[in-house]
Design a protein around this ligand. Structure first.
Ligand code: ZN
Length: 128
């Protein structure tokens, strides 16, 4: 079970990294595509301003890149192990399709992991 207070909790539930009470995004569902990138300015519970400095979230692209590589490798390995007589084009279709389908989730995960690298849970803000 995921415990409140851990970074994993904030990342999995897309909550404010500091108090873990409020959702960071307008819609909790990343596949609600019109709202995929709509992020709140600050936490309704503790008032934390998510974009602590201009272009703070540009760095999330590095996290996205790492996730993208990990997904690609996972798909390749899974296809290699499970598939028979697969050609290069099958791997390409599988990987590109997998990345396409997971893109909204990857985008959200990148931002959640990135902000949690800099901001930690604080109990006193949780109670605020
Ligand atoms: Zn908060």
């Amino acid at each position: 079970m995921m415990k409140k207070g851990s970074k994993i909790y904030s990342i999995a539930h897309q909550t404010c990294p500091r108090c873990q009470n409020d959702q960071m995004f307008d819609s909790a569902n990343p596949y609600n595509l019109p709202k995929l990138m709509k992020m709140k300015d600050k936490c309704a519970h503790c008032g934390y301003v998510y974009e602590m400095e201009p272009s703070f979230f540009y760095g999330a692209m590095y996290v996205n890149y790492a996730i993208t590589v990990a997904i690609s490798v996972s798909i390749f390995v899974a296809m290699y192990v499970l598939g028979t007589e697969l050609e290069m084009k099958h791997y390409l279709i599988g990987i590109i399709g997998g990345l396409f389908l997971s893109a909204p989730l990857t985008y959200r995960l990148g931002r959640m992991i990135w902000i949690n690298m800099f901001v930690s849970y604080k109990r006193e803000h949780d109670k605020a």
